[in-house]
Design a protein around this ligand. Structure first.
Ligand SMILES: *[C@@H]1O[C@H](CO)[C@@H](O)[C@H](O)[C@H]1NC(C)=O
Ligand SMILES: *[C@@H]1O[C@H](CO)[C@@H](O)[C@H](O)[C@H]1NC(C)=O
Ligand SMILES: *[C@@H]1O[C@H](CO)[C@@H](O)[C@H](O)[C@H]1NC(C)=O
Ligand SMILES: *[C@@H]1O[C@H](CO)[C@@H](O)[C@H](O)[C@H]1NC(C)=O
Ligand SMILES: *[C@@H]1O[C@H](CO)[C@@H](O)[C@H](O)[C@H]1NC(C)=O
Ligand SMILES: *[C@@H]1O[C@H](CO)[C@@H](O)[C@H](O)[C@H]1NC(C)=O
Ligand SMILES: *[C@@H]1O[C@H](CO)[C@@H](O)[C@H](O)[C@H]1NC(C)=O
Length: 440
């Protein structure tokens, strides 16, 4: 699928400098030939080179970060989580990785920080004043390590998210007197990120515990009629339960469990915002209509989706289904995915001049940083799975039905077969985009 002209230009430029001269090997700065081959004479890389200055490429680490002194969270207890979060939410990547990588990791870090500090404070929530200081300290730490400066907005996190909100039980002793903590811990101390999403062993244990503390001492604890305000309260108590769990685990294990849990929700949905399908329906709605014109319109439509976010291969399946159902409801009855050769990866952000959709693995993944190659993350560029046109029997949760084979289930861990997209490629991609936006 082709994007707008400027997008193509950036992608060509990325290719020109860094991308995939031999098959799909993606090099680092040191691999870049001094004179980049003149693949496309119309694009001159020289003006972009100043962008290779260190700041956009390597996480900027300022060790002398100033903290409020008013937050009692023990940041050293979650040091490795903070580092991972800073890389996952790195500068200009953050918006494109927000849904799958950055925000889930930020959330896991905040939950773990509070859980760990409950070992000293005995409390599983911060008060509002304390929350404001702590959230601001966490942001300062992350920003000093190169994270995006708009994380609160990007991940819709506010000081209120660190409090107990409407959950009535926030201290460890009361919590443990109400909840069967041994059972909760047994259900959650090892979460298999693949099976958990179907079996929901830990998720059910968290919900049960949250319900117990939310409705503690209330008459209607048999669960027959839960009032709407009780649902909010149960939701708020789930955060308390998650914090308690992390206090019983070492921070890296806590982190991977929380990421595994959030991942189930992530893969169930399509995070893309679908623009109006009016034009596609106009060109593709009538069976007698012109195929070329229909596919051209569809291509334009897909290019808008491709500007939004990197998505996982499971999310791409959901996006294909949602869009397909929308189109079918608008009387587009023929399979235009097949007609127009639309693949799952066409729903994700495209990289490379030939516009490879970059699908993230469906299991939790992180961006990584190392000195030589900078920030990188894994995605799968050559997984050419055709987007399935939803049938009338389509059920969104069909992936949990083991007897029900999906057309071509994307690989669970595409990282093994995928490409490690190096920082330079991706960062050039985005910093060029920024530059172009500034120019136009
Ligand atoms: C590092 O952070 C401190 C405190 O925020 C600031 O005063 C200092 O200028 C920063 N250093 C650099 C090199 O930006
Ligand atoms: C903070 O966490 C570190 C590492 O887990 C631990 O060694 C230290 O004792 C903790 N500090 C406080 C004040 O609890
Ligand atoms: C909020 O929590 C902090 C840290 O635990 C404590 O020092 C402060 O007194 C609390 N403020 C209120 C209003 O409870
Ligand atoms: C933070 O709290 C707000 C308001 O309750 C909520 O809408 C939002 O989803 C929360 N954010 C996270 C990351 O949980
Ligand atoms: C189909 O549409 C294309 C592009 O809009 C146009 O060039 C072509 O002539 C049309 N073909 C028919 C048969 O109408
Ligand atoms: C789809 O087609 C049916 C039958 O031809 C018609 O009744 C309905 O209004 C159409 N729906 C839309 C959204 O155009
Ligand atoms: C699983 O899928 C098969 C085939 O589509 C279907 O017959 C069966 O009823 C499904 N089972 C459940 C529990 O949904």
């Amino acid at each position: 699928m082709r994007g707008p002209a400027f997008w193509t230009l950036i992608l060509q430029f990325s290719l020109l400098l860094f991308f995939c001269f031999n098959g799909f090997h993606c090099g680092s700065l040191s691999d870049v030939p001094a004179n980049a081959p003149d693949i496309s004479p119309s694009v001159n890389p020289q003006p972009f080179l100043p962008l290779l200055a260190p700041s956009p490429l390597t996480p900027f680490i300022n060790n002398s970060v100033t903290l409020s002194g008013l937050c009692t969270l023990n940041f050293s207890a979650a040091e490795s989580l903070l580092s991972t979060t800073a890389t996952d939410c790195w500068a200009s990547f953050a918006p494109y990785l927000a849904n799958v990588v950055c925000c889930p990791q930020l959330d896991a870090t905040l939950v773990t920080l509070i859980g760990q500090s409950s070992k000293q404070s005995g409390m599983l929530a911060l008060n509002m004043t304390h929350s404001k200081h702590c959230l601001s300290d966490v942001e300062n730490i992350l920003e000093s390590r190169g994270a995006n400066t708009e994380l609160q907005k990007l991940c819709s996190i506010q000081p209120g998210n660190l409090t107990g909100a409407s959950c009535p039980v926030i201290d460890v002793d009361t919590f443990e007197s109400i909840v069967d903590s041994a059972r909760l811990l047994a259900a959650c101390d090892k979460v298999d990120p693949v099976n958990e999403c179907c079996d929901q062993v830990c998720q059910n244990a968290i919900s049960d515990s949250a319900r117990k503390i939310a409705l503690n001492g209330m008459s209607s604890t048999n669960g027959a009629h839960v009032l709407p305000e009780h649902l909010t309260r149960i939701d708020d108590c789930k955060n308390i339960v998650r914090r308690w769990l992390t206090s019983k685990l070492d921070p890296p294990s806590a982190n991977s469990i929380l990421r595994g849990l959030s991942n189930c929700k992530i893969n169930e949905a399509c995070p893309l915002v679908f623009p109006s399908i009016k034009n596609v329906v106009g060109k593709c709605g009538d069976m007698k209509s012109n195929e070329t014109a229909c596919c051209k319109e569809m291509e334009t439509y897909m290019s808008h989706l491709q500007e939004q976010s990197f998505i996982t291969n499971m999310q791409a399946l959901n996006c294909a289904a949602s869009l397909g159902i929308k189109l079918q409801k608008a009387n587009v009855s023929s399979n235009i995915y097949s007609l127009c050769h639309i693949n799952l990866k066409d729903f994700s952000v495209q990289v490379g001049s030939q516009e490879y959709g970059c699908l993230l693995p469906s299991l939790p993944s992180d961006a990584t940083y190392d000195r030589t190659s900078g920030v990188s993350f894994i995605c799968d560029l050559n997984d050419n799975v055709a987007a399935p046109w939803p049938s009338s029997s389509f059920k969104p949760d069909s992936s949990c039905n083991k007897t029900n084979k999906l057309p071509s289930l994307p690989k669970a861990i595409s990282g093994q077969n995928g490409f490690d997209i190096k920082n330079l490629m991706i960062s050039m991609f985005f910093s060029s985009l920024l530059l172009l936006i500034m120019l136009f």
